[in-house]
Design a protein around this ligand. Structure first.
Ligand SMILES: [Zn+2]
Length: 61
């Protein structure tokens, strides 16, 4: 039986064994990295292309 090593899932950030205190991460640093990614994902600014949908085309006539 080897349930001890299979109990904890690896850290999604670095792949190390996760620590219960900061599960599912292995350390507070990895948890912080994941949080940063999550925040940066939320802060994605939708590109406003409406203003540039019609580029100023100079008539060459
Ligand atoms: Zn980690």
């Amino acid at each position: 039986m080897s349930a001890a090593s299979e109990k904890a899932a690896p850290c999604p950030i670095c792949g190390r064994p996760s620590e219960p205190a900061v599960a599912p991460f292995c350390s507070a640093r990895c948890a912080d990295i994941d949080l940063g990614r999550w925040l940066s994902d939320r802060y994605v600014i939708p590109t406003d292309d409406e203003e540039e949908s019609e580029p100023p085309q100079k008539r060459s006539e």
